[in-house]
Design a protein around this ligand. Structure first.
Ligand code: ARG
Length: 478
């Protein structure tokens, strides 16, 4: 594109230039009086959206570069704008920018400071855009980075779980249904169940990122712009896959934020379930794990206590995460197209959910890395509750050709006998079993130990140590 003036180009220093009187609102041209103090407070979002500063400046740089390339502003103005924006980013990063609720939001702060620094060129930056497409662009850029970081943290948690699953591939523990002892499983298998969940979470994070990666910039207020802009150029400069295809949708869509909140809420639910198990396992009656000093706290009155506060807080924070998802759903549900100021309330729930997710992922990864397992207590618990009753029934089916329903019934009678004797299944005398069903032989004892039980479940996806090791290897390969 030529750098020479075109009909749409505005040049600095023209006599038609109007300067806004000092202190006048950027949108204040048709207003005689200033806003009420309460209006200023309710309208301001700078406390929240200052986190968009780097994204806002990146978006403005791409926009200014495009405006010059399409001859809408001069290259001199562009260069001044780019230099000014870099300086402002530095000021904000150093904490040198004073935020003022009268300037509403991050977009106006940057533009006001730019104009202070470079004069009229700064006032040209907003040509062919609106805060509506600007904020939608900034928010997508910010969220894209946040999702990438959360994906990396989720992968770190998966790596920690894989290491522990491998270390405890042979460790037997009770598997539960209804939190009643059901069948023996291996701890490695149990941890690998969470690897599955978090792997799907990482997939959802990737899907969310892919769908949000379209550029709203150039949709302007709602209808597009009359200036000959190049939306493909700005989209590409900002790493988006393409410009958004409908200007009304571009400024009013927030499903990308909802999808992120939904994805984070589901991830949070998985973190919470694991946290809940950690709380349970660390209780004295369970005594399955010992929490490290790094991830537990003491009681101010009971010296023996070691409290799983981090796990409890992970479990609790997920409540807020789900609440934030709900909050934005309800903000959006009644809004007509295109932009409404309601949408300014979109950032707080997303920022909060992202912060909580980053924190809870880090805490969970630390707890998993530090996990100390009481394998003896796990094994003892696995042997209780007649956990190999299903193995006994399966043996009756295999060895005696009994229909499973009959085997279930005979096993029930043997369990009753063990209960009366106060022993585990593998300690019921053969004669007692034969009194219940005469065809039972000594061979039955080969399936009644917890180790035999887990080793026998050597089917794809089963709890056998060999399967766990195969799954760990498969997951590491990706
Ligand atoms: N601070 C606003 C927000 O976050 C920017 C967009 C303002 N647009 C408007 N038409 N007033 O939504």
């Amino acid at each position: 594109m030529s750098e020479h003036a075109s009909s749409s180009r505005q040049s600095s220093g023209s006599s038609r230039e109007s300067k806004a009187p000092a202190g006048q609102k950027m949108w204040g041209g048709r207003f005689a009086g200033g806003p009420d103090a309460v209006m200023t407070t309710i309208n301001a979002s700078i406390d929240i959206d200052q986190r968009l500063a780097a994204a806002d400046i990146a978006g403005s740089k791409a926009h200014a570069t495009m405006l010059a390339a399409t001859d809408i502003i001069s290259v001199q103005d562009r260069d001044a704008i780019l230099r000014g924006l870099d300086q402002i980013l530095g000021e904000i990063e150093r904490g040198d920018m004073a935020f003022d609720p009268a300037l509403e939001d991050i977009h106006m702060h940057v533009e006001a400071r730019l104009t202070e620094l470079i004069g009229d060129a700064g006032r040209r930056l907003h040509t062919a855009r609106s805060r509506n497409d600007q904020v939608a662009t900034d928010f997508r850029l910010w969220l894209r980075d946040a999702l990438d970081q959360i994906t990396a943290s989720t992968e770190a948690l998966i790596a920690a779980l894989l290491a522990q699953a491998e270390a405890y591939a042979d460790t037997v523990m009770p598997g539960f249904t209804h939190l009643q002892t059901a069948q023996p499983v291996t701890l490695g298998h149990h941890l690998m169940a969470y690897v599955e969940m978090f792997t799907r979470d990482a997939g959802r994070l990737g899907d969310t990122r892919a769908r949000l990666n379209e550029c709203p910039l150039g949709a302007a207020a709602l209808a597009g712009t009359g200036f000959p802009i190049d939306r493909h150029m700005t989209a590409e400069a900002l790493g988006f896959d393409r410009p958004m295809a409908n200007s009304l949708d571009a400024v009013s869509a927030r499903d990308f934020a909802l999808e992120a909140l939904s994805t984070l809420s589901i991830l949070g639910v998985h973190l919470s379930r694991l946290a809940d198990e950690i709380v349970l396992w660390a209780t004295a009656p369970f005594n399955f794990i010992v929490l490290s000093d790094r991830f537990s706290t003491g009681s101010s009155i009971m010296p023996q206590k070691r409290n799983p506060d981090a796990a409890e807080l992970i479990r609790a924070k997920v409540g807020r995460m789900a609440g934030n998802f709900q909050a934005l759903l309800i903000v959006m549900k009644g809004l007509p197209l295109a932009y409404s100021k309601d949408m300014q309330e979109d950032k707080r729930p997303v920022f909060e959910a992202v912060d909580d997710t980053a924190l809870t992922l880090a805490a969970m990864t630390g707890m998993i890395e530090d996990l100390k397992v009481n394998t003896e207590a796990m094994r003892a618990a696995a042997s209780g509750g007649f956990s190999t009753a299903t193995d006994l029934a399966d043996w009756l089916v295999r060895a005696l050709g009994m229909p499973f329903r009959d085997a279930h019934h005979v096993t029930g009678a043997i369990v009753k006998r063990a209960e009366d004797l106060g022993v585990t299944l593998d300690a019921v005398p053969l004669a007692d079993m034969q009194a219940i069903h005469s065809a039972i032989t000594e061979d039955v004892f080969s399936v009644l130990s917890v180790d035999a039980s887990v080793a026998s479940r050597n089917v794809y996806g089963g709890t056998a140590p060999d399967q766990v090791r195969a799954q760990v290897a498969a997951k590491r390969k990706g």
